[in-house]
Design a protein around this ligand. Structure first.
Ligand SMILES: Cc1cc2nc3c(=O)[nH]c(=O)nc-3n(C[C@H](O)[C@H](O)[C@H](O)COP(=O)(O)OP(=O)(O)OC[C@H]3O[C@@H](n4cnc5c(N)ncnc54)[C@H](O)[C@@H]3O)c2cc1C
Length: 305
């Protein structure tokens, strides 16, 4: 029996919901990629911890996924276990000025809720199409805001088991966080917010309008494909290199925002990878700047390293 069959048998015995051969198109906002062998959906803390321990003990390759809004799955698919938190991990509520979120909750919904409850600090996050876990793991940010400014505590599984950590902001930087898989499987995040200064709703609406205006939200994508290089803007470099609208198969550099690679219809992950490669080479040749992908490109091993 393979390690994956062993973990499937474990999930059968322990009532942990899972699906087999889930297409990458159903797991990522790029809507590409081959099947992932097993996708488990633990519904509560006990299940997540038990699954983590069993996967480790049985030697099953695993990867924690949120909404797949910053991921590329290879066309051949992945022979591994994806863990996608469900059930009580989707919940969030305010306790005083603290927003307490399950890591599987929608970051945008939690941010909008906090504003509706009279708090500010997460207005910028109302347009992030990922989970709270994914936002913490990526130190997501926009319009001058970022997760590290408001994140105070996390509950996670690490090699010691279940841990409750006070957050050290020094461990989060631009699109990078020590509070992320594989070091940690985040289960809960706590954000410390401030009372609304009266402008939170307006700011949130303004940011959303700016997104609608500037971003190709009607096409599948993973948002900004590349990190912002020191001293430049990736979108501007790509546009200046004449790559707006350049396509490989169904993958294109957006006409609306050159920082976005979009799936114009029928793209494969290989198309997207080839386009990423072409953009990087062209921008480097013209401007000497090597763009680094922000999107996590998963390998056959089920990791992004
Ligand atoms: C239209 C669009 C607009 C976007 N705009 C922005 C933006 O303005 N700013 C920005 O920063 N990003 C933006 N993004 C990118 C993306 O939404 C963010 O990076 C988001 O935070 C990823 O969350 P996710 O749940 O989809 O994570 P996934 O893509 O599923 O995973 C990303 C990483 O997080 C890790 N991870 C996920 N959940 C957990 C967990 N529970 N525990 C540990 N690690 C975990 C994964 O292992 C992976 O390494 C945009 C994307 C799109 C499609």
């Amino acid at each position: 029996m393979t390690e994956l069959e062993k973990i499937a048998a474990y999930m059968d015995e322990n009532g942990i919901a899972y699906e087999r051969n889930v297409p990458g198109a159903e797991l990522t906002t790029f809507r590409t990629g081959g099947p992932v062998a097993l996708v488990a959906k633990p519904l509560y803390w006990g299940q997540a911890l038990a699954l983590h321990n069993a996967a480790k003990e049985l030697g099953a390759k695993s990867f924690v996924i949120g909404n797949g809004s910053n991921l590329l799955i290879p066309d051949r698919g992945l022979d591994c276990l994806f863990i996608k938190l469900g059930g009580e991990f989707n919940e969030f509520f305010m306790e005083g000025s603290t927003l307490i979120c399950g890591a599987g909750a929608s970051m945008a919904a939690a941010a909008k809720y906090s504003v509706a409850k009279g708090f500010m600090g997460l207005e910028w996050a109302a347009g992030i199409p990922g989970t709270v876990g994914g936002a913490v793991a990526m130190n997501a940010g926009a319009y001058g805001g970022e997760i590290k400014q408001v994140l105070k505590e996390v509950v996670a599984i690490n090699e010691c088991g279940l841990v409750h950590c006070k957050v050290d902001p020094g461990l989060l930087s631009y699109r990078k966080s020590a509070y992320s898989y594989p070091d940690m499987t985040l289960l809960e995040a706590r954000f410390e917010l401030l009372p609304d200064d009266g402008g939170a709703k307006e700011r949130m609406e303004d940011y959303s309008a700016r997104r609608r205006d500037k971003q190709p939200l009607n096409y599948p994508s993973a948002g900004s494909t590349f990190k912002r290089p020191e001293g430049f803007f990736a979108g501007k470099l790509i546009e200046d290199a004449g790559l707006k609208g350049f396509c490989v198969g169904g993958a294109c550099v957006s006409e609306k925002h050159a920082g976005f690679i979009i799936n114009r219809g029928g793209a494969t992950s290989s198309d997207i990878l080839a386009l990423i490669d072409h953009v990087r080479r062209t921008v480097f040749e013209k401007y000497g700047v090597m763009l680094e992908p922000e999107v996590k490109i998963l390998k056959e091993s089920g990791t992004d390293d």
